[in-house]
Design a protein around this ligand. Structure first.
Ligand SMILES: [Zn+2]
Length: 276
């Protein structure tokens, strides 16, 4: 599943591909992708003649700014965008197509069909689901240690599920939570209210470093992972702990373990990430 760095990279790439393109019409082949408005015909009608002005990101949502509307798009498991020429062969699992007046097409493809799109009036998108309860943006200036600490205060849950909860910090998913906890030396099952301030500070720093490094890596590899047809997908990160079960820890050589925490496969080093 794309996490903050991947969505950020998709955002940057799309910014280069679709800004100032005007929609002629939209076709939707899988109505359930469209969550708002309820009526898909209305969704398509509202988007006619709208021009993409900017692409932003809020958490793991892409936020497309059009002339009079905001389009939110969540890629969920496997959603992808690609820019094509009119007449290019349409790949299987293409569910939504934005046909531009310049005869190019932005196509949304989603094999798993979990992705969503919502349309809002500008400003309204922050007041209603799915954005209204989203937590702190970890790469923005207002994500200070004090604010982070306040969000974690008196929480009796395990640290990993809390970090996955988008109401605290946005953008972290299964991969980068494991990476951040490894960097901070915290066991994924540690109870939040038992973490000392000094450890929380390590975690705060680790979240920023992990995500920023991934964003930087994504930013530098944009060209290599957009294929000839301009299709964007995930890129392979240099991961220090995630997916390395039974391989030696890069810090200490202890074999990396995999456990399940809150229903999610979790990788950690039993030597570097002690419970206490
Ligand atoms: Zn280790």
């Amino acid at each position: 599943m794309p996490e903050l760095p991947e969505v950020e990279t998709v955002k940057r790439t799309l910014s280069q591909l679709i800004i100032n393109k005007t929609i002629d019409y939209v076709t939707v082949h899988l109505p359930r992708i469209i969550q708002r408005p309820d009526d898909v015909v209305q969704f398509c009608a509202l988007l006619e003649n709208q021009t993409f002005k900017k692409v932003e990101r809020r958490g793991k949502f892409l936020r497309f700014i059009l002339d009079d509307l905001i389009l939110l798009s969540h890629l969920r498991m496997e959603g992808r965008y690609g820019l094509f020429q009119k007449g290019d062969q349409v790949e299987k699992h293409t569910h939504v197509t934005f046909h531009f007046k310049d005869d190019t097409e932005l196509r949304y493809k989603d094999v798993r069909q979990f992705g969503t799109m919502h349309l809002f009036e500008p400003g309204e998108e922050f007041l209603k689901p799915p954005l209204h309860k989203l937590g702190l943006e970890p790469l923005e200036a207002n994500f200070t240690f004090d604010v982070f600490k306040e969000k974690l205060k008196n929480r009796k849950t395990k640290i990993k599920p809390l970090l996955l909860n988008q109401e605290v910090v946005v953008g972290l998913g299964n991969i980068y939570v494991d990476e951040a906890l490894f960097l901070a030396g915290i066991h994924p099952e540690h109870t939040v209210d038992q973490l000392k301030d000094s450890i929380l500070k390590k975690l705060y720093d680790a979240i920023i470093i992990t995500l920023q490094n991934a964003v930087d890596a994504g930013g530098s590899s944009i060209k290599s992972y957009v294929n000839g047809q301009g299709e964007m997908g995930m890129f392979q990160q240099q991961l220090k702990i995630y997916g390395r079960k039974s391989e030696p820890c890069y810090n200490c050589g202890t074999l990396v373990e995999r456990i399940v925490v809150g229903g999610r496969g979790t990788h950690f080093c039993p030597n570097c990430q002690l419970v206490n």
